[in-house]
Design a protein around this ligand. Sequence first.
Ligand code: NDP
Length: 253
Amino acid sequence: MSLSGQVIVITGASRGIGEACALELAAQGAAVVLTARNEAAVKELAKNIEAKGGKALGIAADVTDYQALESVLEQTLKGFGKVTGLINNAGIIEPIAFLDKADPSAWAQTIQINLIGAYNAIRVFLPQFMAQDQGLIINISSGAAFNPLEGWSAYCASKAGLAMLTRSVMLETQDKKIRAFGFGPGVVDTDMQGLIRASGINRVSQIPREHLGPASDVARAVAYLCTEDAADLVGELDIRHADLRQRVGLQAL
Ligand code: NDP
């Protein structure tokens, strides 16, 4: 069990990539703290993990609510006595709309969740990691952080900001034993890709569902990044990284 002894908080764990990461990390021995707005879903998932012999806690928390994240830290320490990692996975894609037509408040909400939400969690957990001189932060990134796509200005801007946040964490913690990653999961078969397909707006929306990758592959890669063995890979990388795929046992591309 490569992750036994670790206690890892995952935002956006109610479905999709976050849920898959929760299942994989728990199967590899980590205690997982599952957060999302949908309380019933995270509590149910935690129950399922515990039924399989794993350790899990489901807590409702909106990443835009700083105090809710402070409470997640408090409940994590109370429940498991420590915290070793944070996975900033919560994210939304909408509004999928061109710049001249997007609703300004929906645009701002994407930045609020995808960027400021991740910052909020880092702001809450980083002091704990600094104090214990040990910690792990994985920000779920995207190709959209580096390449604009039509209709995705809010999403691309939020993920570009998140990539800089990853680099900022690395810079400010370089004298500490804190590992930070920005990890691009590729195109993954989740509800988010359903919204993208329905929009029909850019080339990503044209990818047939059967060409999308499984969330379980992303989860295996993320679980590997949670181990000390991945310490040499810190920084921005994605699931197409050949060396990572080989280490995780994913098929070569
Ligand atoms: P889903 O839409 O399937 O899941 C998104 C998750 O984020 C849900 O658990 C949702 O839970 C949670 N979430 C959304 N808003 C908030 C909020 N305000 N506070 C807390 N949790 C929130 O998407 P994916 O699983 O596909 O995406 C997960 C991450 O991966 C995202 O950051 C996404 O940008 C990234 N990604 C996905 C790709 C893909 O192809 N699927 C490609 C590249 C990156 P709830 O609604 O219960 O709050």
